[in-house]
Design a binder for this molecule. Structure first.
Ligand SMILES: [Zn+2]
Ligand SMILES: [Zn+2]
Length: 362
């Protein structure tokens, strides 16, 4: 056991507490990663607010990058000293989903209560999202990490772990977008901007961003949106149709707001698909007209973490970043220390478009 500093949630809705915790050495197939950066994702905030339940006390944080500082037995994919992206995608490799090429929906349960971390006095501490990355170190399964060049800035690399793979993957994997197709992206936040640049990379014809303010639409344009529509308009889908000349082949919903889900099918062309990425609070309901979807061959499909296979998809995304074709540095709004995490979370909650990143000095 080692003692490290972490941001712990003791009560939903209360500020996180910066305190010492204990972390065990990596076991079979596990790696210890000393973190350089962890970004704050809306999922961390939803969990900390109690939106989806879960055990307490808990350490959230799942969008991280660092250096492998220890490996357990049976680790073959990375070595001590490797720079890595750390994701929450813990995949057994052998269940039907993993074997079918969908590790993001691995069926082997993982119990974060039995994970590698404990409170300073040895009490139960939940490793949320199989990561617990609001901490100086994590111990995770080797399936969750991908090695990257040591030259890549870790703050940029951390973003790849969630927002980037989720947004870009929603377009290239879940929607299977072809060059020349039209895309609507609802929500130009951390995931939405990545869906927009994913659509640009995939060669979309029109990329219509939908959000609440002109400021966010302007940022969306800088990531590749060709058109912007205010969600506050009376019938925003009509404005989007005007820009495209027809409906969208894919509508990517990147926010958890129910009105966005209710309206999403209205943007579709015949044969188009809504890709459901944004995560409303548990119990929230949306409605649609089944007859329209069946009559027009439309569909609605959920996509978790961009349906990525991290060992396949993270290397090409990193290469596009190196070439200047995938924007990562531009996604960072601010850098904070772990001690400032509650301020960083408060800033993220104001709805700013980009990511706040916690950076660790060592
Ligand atoms: Zn996330
Ligand atoms: Zn599996």
């Amino acid at each position: 056991m080692q003692t490290i500093k972490a941001a712990v949630c003791h009560t939903f809705g209360e500020p996180l507490s910066i305190e010492d915790i204990q972390i065990s050495a990596p076991g079979l197939g596990e790696v210890e990663v000393t973190l350089d950066a962890v970004a704050i994702c809306h999922s961390d905030i939803s969990y900390a607010e109690g939106a989806w339940g879960g055990s307490l006390p808990a350490v959230y944080g799942h969008e991280a990058a660092g250096i492998v500082t220890a490996v357990g037995d049976g680790v073959s994919t990375v070595r001590q000293g490797d720079s890595v992206v750390v994701t929450l995608i813990r995949a057994c490799g052998t269940c039907p989903s993993c074997a079918g090429g969908k590790p993001t929906i691995c069926e082997t349960p993982y119990d974060g209560d039995q994970g590698p971390i404990k409170t300073a006095d040895g009490g139960k501490l939940h490793q949320a999202m199989a990561s617990g990355a609001f901490a100086e170190k994590v111990v995770v399964d080797q399936s969750q990490v991908v090695a990257i060049s040591p030259d890549m800035p870790k703050d940029a690399a951390s973003l790849v772990a969630c927002g980037v793979i989720t947004g870009v993957g929603a377009v290239v994997n879940a929607a299977g977008l072809r060059a020349g197709q039209d895309v609507v992206v609802i929500g130009a936040g951390g995931v939405g901007l990545n869906a927009i640049q994913g659509a640009r990379i995939a060669g979309a014809r029109r990329i219509v961003a939908v959000d609440m303010t002109e400021e966010k639409l302007e940022i969306a344009r800088s990531f590749g949106a060709t058109d912007g529509v205010l969600a506050t308009a009376k019938r925003p889908w009509r404005d989007a149709m005007k820009a495209m000349g027809r409906g969208a082949d894919a509508v990517i919903v990147t926010v958890g707001a129910i009105p966005a889900y209710d309206q999403a099918p209205l943007y579709l062309a015949r044969g188009g698909k809504v890709i459901m990425v944004g995560m409303p609070h548990s119990g929230a309901q949306s409605s649609y007209e089944p007859v329209i979807l069946s009559f027009t061959g439309q569909g609605m499909v959920g996509s978790k973490m961009g349906d990525v296979v991290i060992q396949r998809d993270i290397p090409w995304m990193v290469d596009l970043y190196d070439q200047g074709r995938l924007k990562l540095d531009e996604l960072i709004s601010n850098r904070w220390s772990l001690d400032q995490i509650n301020e960083a979370i408060a800033d993220t909650k104001t709805g700013s478009a980009k990511r706040n990143v916690i950076v660790f000095d060592r």
